[in-house]
Design a protein around this ligand. Structure first.
Ligand SMILES: Nc1nc2c(ncn2[C@@H]2O[C@H](COP(=O)(O)OP(=O)(O)OP(=O)(O)O)[C@@H](O)[C@H]2O)c(=O)[nH]1
Ligand SMILES: [Mg+2]
Length: 298
């Protein structure tokens, strides 16, 4: 039996729905999703495995037009790296998205030898008449191989993308063991789920200046059932942020702990004991050593 495999890399601006699409294609939550831009900060591989194929989806951070920190530059290089190994590029946009003609992403899309699919997302938001025109405009700019109008959130049109990917996926062996669905470990997922709740519960600059590190992940047993003990550090970039994260009498961090624990429990289907600590690392987003230890090396 022939076997197909390849990299399907998703690119597009922050908040366009890239992680939502990866999760819809995978049929499970692999990447955190929030209503705020710059939710995804790393490149994450998610593998869809069947007997006769392995698709490696790559979710990347949205390209930041005006990088302000070294962290942003690292995020952009993760995004740009997805041009290098793609068999299929899914370029995601929507009705409100904008690109300059000299945009680096547009240039790289034009010159890429990969299969190029245009994915216009969020069609549930209306203005149907404009969508065909938008697709025509994009087609005039870039030689897309296929065009899809979808709603990743409502799982509309997602299976058509999968079908088309399988049609163009090259023959080849699996890149990862077939029982593996991600290149990331449980520590990473736990940290991401805590960060998802930070994005949800805190305002303005706070979530963007936070990094989570799971320093303890221990699988125990309690009364014959698994119990996962997790200790995580919330790094903030300023002293004043520490006070905000903790909140009055610890009320804010308590809420964060409860919501994050529930989310992790749902994901790993086991009871979780979660401890959160807050540490200040002044301006860590510009600190090479900190960035390296947080996995922002490119
Ligand atoms: N209405 C609507 N909202 C969507 C759709 N797809 C995603 N969203 C919402 O758009 C927001 C951003 O979604 P994400 O999947 O986190 O976007 P992203 O491109 O991964 O964003 P970054 O990680 O910041 O680059 C979330 O609030 C999603 O629920 C869609 O088809 N329709
Ligand atoms: Mg994302």
């Amino acid at each position: 039996m022939s076997h197909k495999s390849g990299f399907v890399n998703i690119i597009g601006h922050p908040n366009i729905g890239k992680s939502t699409l990866v999760n819809a294609l995978m049929g499970e939550k692999m990447s955190i999703i929030t209503s705020k831009p710059q939710t995804t900060r790393h490149r994450i591989h998610a593998m869809l495995n069947e007997e006769d194929y392995q698709i490696v989806f790559s979710d990347t951070p949205g390209i930041i037009e005006d990088p302000k920190y070294k962290m942003h530059k690292a995020m952009n290089s993760f995004a740009q790296s997805s041009f290098e190994d793609a068999d299929v590029l899914l370029f995601m946009t929507d009705q409100y998205d904008n690109y300059d003609d000299d945009d680096i992403t547009i240039k790289r899309l034009k010159s890429s030898k990969a299969q190029k699919f245009l994915v216009i997302n969020k069609i549930d938001l209306g203005q149907q008449d404009k969508l065909i025109q938008l697709a025509e405009e994009w087609k005039a700019k870039i030689a897309f191989d296929k065009i899809f109008l979808i709603s990743a959130k409502e799982n509309h049109g997602v299976q058509d993308i999968l079908k088309s990917i399988l049609e163009v996926l090259p023959e080849g062996p699996a890149y990862y063991p077939k029982d593996q669905t991600s290149d990331r470990n449980m520590r990473f997922f736990a940290a991401e789920m805590i960060r998802e709740k930070v994005l949800k519960l805190y305002k303005k600059e706070i979530p963007y200046a936070v990094e989570i590190v799971v320093e303890r992940y221990i699988e125990r047993e309690k009364e014959g059932k698994p119990l996962i003990e997790i200790g995580a550090i919330i790094f903030v970039s300023r002293k004043t942020h520490k006070a905000i994260i903790i909140g009055k009498d610890g009320s804010a961090i308590k809420k964060l702990g409860i919501e994050a624990r529930k989310e992790i429990q749902r994901f790993i289907q086991a009871k979780v004991f979660l401890e959160l600590y807050v540490k200040v690392k002044e301006d860590w987003r510009n600190n090479d050593q900190m960035l390296k230890s947080f996995g922002y090396e490119s």
